[in-house]
Write a protein that binds this ligand. Structure first.
Ligand code: PA5
Length: 405
């Protein structure tokens, strides 16, 4: 269980009376989690079975032995979770083999030319991830990588080097698996993209990157067993702040390894709650860097933001030469001092402290935010599992695509 502080830097907005008003609503949502329609979310077997875990570990071992680059093709929920976990856990400068290359998140020729040129002479294994199997960006990325791979490898070799993660039955990618016999994993039909990092969607890339996927699940289980009420309370705090005129939540960090974790949070909350003219706009602040940019607005700008800070208690030891400052202590003092300053200004803060950045704590954070996000969706009276707005741009692109025929 991690430590949280939802009240110290929030006192102008939050008090027990306001929190208690949510008791009945929370009781009903809790019932859905324990016995009703949300029950799957308090069981990590929803994400992945033991059989799939073992199979992912075997495939990951094989990939690590044979590949220079593991190209992960996917967008949105089919990409962001794995990117967040791998970035959080990887050392900053060591490029381990295989290098994980994320591709298919844009339609930009510069990225295409540079990435394809970078991988073309390397030993490639590709993992295409798409629940629907129809999303344009990963489809065209796969065509491009496949074309390079076909120049290098025969049909038999391609079978060893193409891994597809998609729906169990539906979609063009599943048809391809059935036709060619490629290795495949299943995106569970009841887990939407942005909630899918602990399914094979995220677990295979994370295992190939060399991280312990059992420990991630252990952390998620810990969140279910130990942090469930705190996750619900966080949803309530967000809702109170939202109803008091806050429009923006900043996920604020003091270790830039968590940058992509804040990107995952932005996706999770924006895509789940941003609908029917409702929702908080999630942004991020990467400190100390952003204390010298957005920090000015948080302190003194329009009164529309609150922060949720993820602090890390133990980041290892570094003592500043001559000055004798313990940098871990200094960084964590800054977490408190900045929250104090911002809350004296216009931006109250929630703080979530994890002990250190490892598989278990990241798994715990993921599940904590998933439970909060679902709860918050019900408090907002929206469906946290759909994303009708994402479909709109696709319609226009589909029309434009006709120009190529
Ligand atoms: O959270 C979501 O559902 C989305 O972000 C999807 O993951 C994203 O649109 C990609 O969809 P797909 O996996 O079907 O290609």
């Amino acid at each position: 269980m991690f430590k949280v502080d939802f009240e110290k830097y929030n006192s102008n907005y939050i008090n027990d009376e306001k929190i208690n008003k949510y008791d009945e609503k929370l009781l009903n949502i809790k019932k859905e989690f324990t016995n009703g329609s949300l029950n799957q979310w308090i069981n990590t077997n929803t994400y992945i079975s033991n059989e799939e875990l073992n199979s992912i570990k075997e495939v990951a071992k094989r990939v690590r032995e044979m590949a220079d680059v593991f190209v992960v093709i996917g967008i949105g929920g089919s990409y962001m979770g794995a990117k967040a976990v791998i970035s959080a856990l990887s050392p900053k400068y060591d490029i381990n083999r295989p290098e994980i290359v994320f591709f298919g998140i844009n339609m930009n020729p510069t990225d295409y030319n540079e990435t394809l040129n970078y991988i073309k002479d390397k030993d490639i294994v590709v993992n295409v991830i798409s629940k629907s199997g129809t999303t344009l960006e990963p489809s065209i990325a796969f065509e491009s990588v496949l074309s390079i791979m076909k120049d290098k490898y025969n049909e038999e070799e391609l079978k060893n080097r193409i891994i597809i993660t998609t729906d169990r039955e539906k979609g063009t990618l599943r048809e391809l698996v059935n036709e060619k016999g490629y290795t495949s994993f299943v995106v569970p039909s009841n887990v939407g993209g942005r909630y899918s990092v602990l399914t094979p969607v995220g677990m295979l890339p994370i295992a190939v990157a060399g991280f312990d996927i059992d420990k991630l699940l252990l952390g998620a289980k810990k969140a279910i067993d130990e942090d469930f009420d705190t996750a619900m309370k966080y949803a309530v705090i967000r809702d109170i702040l939202y109803n008091n005129g806050k429009n923006i939540e900043s996920f604020t960090i003091y270790n830039d390894k968590l940058f992509y974790f804040t990107e995952w949070l932005k996706q999770l909350f924006a895509e789940s709650h941003g609908k029917n003219n409702k929702g908080l706009l999630p942004i991020s602040n990467i400190n100390s860097r952003d204390l010298h940019s957005l920090g000015q607005f948080l302190q003194d700008g329009k009164d529309i933001i609150f922060e949720t800070v993820i602090g890390v208690e133990d980041e290892g030891e570094y003592i500043i030469p001559n000055l004798n400052y313990d940098l871990n202590r200094l960084n964590n003092m800054a977490v408190e001092d900045v929250a104090k300053a911002h809350s004296n200004g216009n931006t109250p803060s929630n703080i979530i402290w994890i002990n250190k950045i490892d598989e278990e704590s990241i798994g715990e954070l993921i599940q904590f935010f998933i439970l909060s996000c679902i709860t918050g969706g019900y408090l907002l009276e929206i469906n946290p599992f759909d994303q009708p707005g994402v479909e709109e741009y696709k319609k226009f692109i589909k029309e434009s695509l006709k120009e190529f025929n």
